[in-house]
Design a protein around this ligand. Structure first.
Ligand code: ZN
Length: 483
């Protein structure tokens, strides 16, 4: 019997070895682009237009009463003046006072439209003198447009409008109808902007074939095992959920306390929760990313990723080791706020912990609540949802026309970069449009090195003029490639 098992095992190992070798051998040594590249030179788009956009401080604040709407009014005058053809020839509407909806009718009246979304509000600025140029000065210096919004996300609004202006000048008519929806409050959740824009589209029964929003970027040196820059196209987005765990206590004086106070019971529950994270898995958008990038990896990771069927547990162990990759393979939990009694010698009548979850596509809000209750395993600890929860998105089609058009536009403007689908671990306005289309792509052709990452929502936000011009060219190419 043992001999039989051993010989069976031998056959299995032999077969496994053959599959392993075949999987490595069949991979090209460099990551091939999926279609031949037709490189184009960047258009000479004028960076002064983006600089002027940055100078209008359209700042969103969580406290709506603090928002100054003057700049939002100025924005309306600014875009009409900067993009005269667009505002003459496209149908454009103001939705809910400050958001913009443009419709550029295509040649094919029956074809479903394509939707480009972006936002022109920005986050507030902490200016402690660290900015090399004042954040709303829109300076053009050292080859950059400096200031808040130059990357996130005015660059996209201005690039889309600049590309449109140029195409109109050339007499171009898109194949499908193109719809642009520019929100004015993405940075505070998009309920007045994107949600209202999406509701308008829904009311008119406009269901885009696919849509492109902000999200991921071209990373240069951010993914350590690959030397080449990579354009990561977000094909899925994690969900969002905040739970409060709370324990009710008797209160009273601390001179004769119980063995476990409400705060103690809660702390033990929080520790159990942190020590038993939700299970990790390599599937969906993250798996699609690694599959696409495997050919460009050095030999060892390449051999491992090419044989995911064999090495998945090992790979998951590796990916769990770094917070950035851990977030790609599981629903994460972050304990953020703890509350007990408000006096040192008073027992808490209520102890509470706030935990923020980011849901991996495939895990629902209900799944997470069930998991939390099981991990805490204490009926004294109650769980309730705080605020609005958002389910994780579906995974958009990686082999459809939308992805192919975006990829082709990236390749023509950035022939030196790889492209790959990816999972966005943050959230965007695109969630508001999810009922309208199942193919949502999240990407901006912003060239981002590790040193640039803190500029998003941080100090010294800036965009290289050359990057801006390639961004305009990307949208110009994309609008021409839409089939
Ligand atoms: Zn943004």
């Amino acid at each position: 019997m043992i001999k039989k098992i051993l010989s069976l095992l031998g056959v299995t190992l032999l077969a496994a070895g053959a599959v392993f070798a075949w999987n490595v051998a069949r991979l090209p040594t460099v990551a091939a682009h999926s279609a031949p590249i037709e490189a184009v030179a960047p258009l000479a788009a004028d960076p002064a237009v983006l600089a002027a956009a940055v100078r209008i401080p359209t700042v969103s604040y969580d406290d709506a009463d603090v928002i100054d709407h003057g700049p939002f009014d100025r924005w309306m005058a600014f875009v009409q003046e900067a993009f005269p053809r667009t505002h003459q020839r496209l149908k454009w509407e103001i939705i809910n006072e400050y958001s913009f909806l443009y419709t550029w009718s295509g040649q094919s009246v029956d074809a479903t439209p394509i939707l480009f979304t972006a936002h022109y509000d920005v986050v507030p600025v902490d200016d402690n003198g660290e900015w090399h140029h004042p954040p709303f000065s829109g300076q053009l210096a050292d080859g950059y447009v400096w200031g808040r919004g130059s990357m996130d996300d005015k660059a996209a609004v201005i690039s889309i409008l600049s590309a449109t202006e140029k195409l109109l000048e050339e007499g171009f008519v898109p194949h499908r109808t193109l719809v642009f929806a520019f929100g004015h409050d993405e940075e505070i959740g998009g309920r007045s902007g994107a949600a209202k824009l999406a509701a308008q589209l829904e009311a008119r029964n406009i269901r885009p074939e696919w849509m492109l929003d902000e999200g991921m970027v071209i990373t240069d040196g951010v993914i350590s095992v690959i030397d080449q820059p990579i354009a990561l196209i977000g094909v899925a987005e994690k969900g969002y959920l905040t739970l409060e765990l709370y324990v009710e206590g008797e209160g009273g004086h601390t001179s004769s306390p119980p063995h476990h106070t409400a705060a103690g019971v809660l702390s033990a529950a929080v520790a159990r929760l942190e020590n038993s994270p939700m299970s990790a898995r390599l599937d969906g958008a993250a798996a699609a990313m690694f599959d696409r990038l495997t050919p460009a990896m050095p030999v060892v990771p390449k051999a491992l990723f090419a044989n995911r069927w064999l090495f998945e547990p090992l790979l998951i162990k590796q990916l769990e080791g770094k917070t950035s990759t851990n977030a790609m393979i599981r629903t994460t939990a972050a304990v953020t706020q703890l509350k007990g009694s408000n006096k040192e010698n008073v027992l808490p009548r209520l102890a509470s912990a706030t935990v923020n979850f980011r849901l991996l596509p495939g895990d629902s809000v209900d799944d997470v609540i069930r998991y939390v209750k099981a991990a805490v395993a204490d009926p004294q600890v109650k769980v309730r949802v705080i605020g609005e929860a958002t389910e994780a998105s579906k995974v958009s089609d990686v082999s459809g026309k939308g992805f192919a058009s975006i990829e082709s536009a990236v390749n023509s403007v950035y022939p030196e970069v790889l492209t790959a689908p990816a999972l966005l671990i943050a959230t965007t306005d695109s969630k508001h449009y999810a009922p309208l289309t199942s193919n949502i792509y999240r990407f901006r052709p912003l060239w981002v090195t590790p040193a640039d990452v803190p500029r998003f929502h941080g100090v010294n936000e800036r965009l290289a003029v050359e990057n801006y011009q390639r961004m305009v060219t990307f949208f110009y190419q994309l609008m021409r490639k839409v089939e």
